[in-house]
Design a binder for this molecule. Structure first.
Ligand code: ZN
Length: 217
């Protein structure tokens, strides 16, 4: 029986002597925060303690800010970016080269490329990479919408800015195959992206160099 939606597994076992019951709001907060990237339980606990020591200046504004963002931000129906507007501000920007579409694994990569200011075109967020191991197939990613977008005729070049991992390479090969009948040039990032590296942890210069040095996929 699931008693608490946030942690059914711990609800089934009797709490250890002196431990906090699972419906404790502080423990709930630690649990939720520790699910965020870069935050383990230890740092989540430190963050919660910091907030509890100054609820008026930290905790309540954070709660309002979280709620406002959750209500206002949604995926762009064109590219998959997260923004308060749909289509997103990148897709709406008239200064962008509309024929240049950069394909990324996730929104964090799109934001990293935007921070680097290296890409003057538009984007397409796949929402992941193909992985037989993790059971991620083409239908789980935004691949068909990409094919339709390219088939629409406005796209002049597709830049694959995928992670330098086995999954990234597999996804790249698959996209090249799917896009080949459309006769639109497909390029990919070359030098600068380390093996096993995620795009959003690279420095701006490395990202910009990798984008400039792209070559046919
Ligand atoms: Zn967009």
């Amino acid at each position: 029986m699931k008693r608490m939606p946030f942690d059914a597994s711990s609800a089934r076992v009797a709490p250890a002597p002196g431990s906090v019951p699972p419906n404790d709001p502080v423990e709930q907060l630690v649990h939720l925060l520790s699910r965020l990237p870069g935050l383990g339980r230890r740092s989540a606990r430190r963050a919660v303690l910091k907030m509890l020591q100054d609820p008026q200046r930290l905790m309540i504004p954070l709660a309002r800010s979280l709620e406002a963002a959750a209500e206002a931000v949604r995926p762009c129906r064109v590219c998959g970016n997260l923004d308060t507007r749909d289509p997103c501000s990148v897709c709406r920007d008239p200064r962008r080269e509309r024929g240049l579409v950069c394909v990324v694994e996730g929104v964090s990569d799109l934001w990293a490329l935007e921070r680097a200011g290296a890409h003057r075109g538009l984007y397409h967020v796949l929402g992941g990479t193909l992985s037989a191991l993790a059971g991620v197939g083409p239908e789980d990613l935004s691949i068909q919408p990409l094919v339709e977008r390219v088939a629409g005729g406005e796209v002049e070049e597709v830049i694959l800015a995928l992670p330098a991992t086995v999954e990234g390479a597999t996804t790249g090969h698959y996209l090249v195959d799917r896009l080949r009948p459309l006769s639109v040039p497909v390029t990919r990032l070359a030098q600068g992206v380390p093996m096993g590296g995620a795009l959003d942890v690279l420095d701006d210069g490395t990202l910009a160099a990798a984008l400039r040095a792209r070559r046919p996929a």
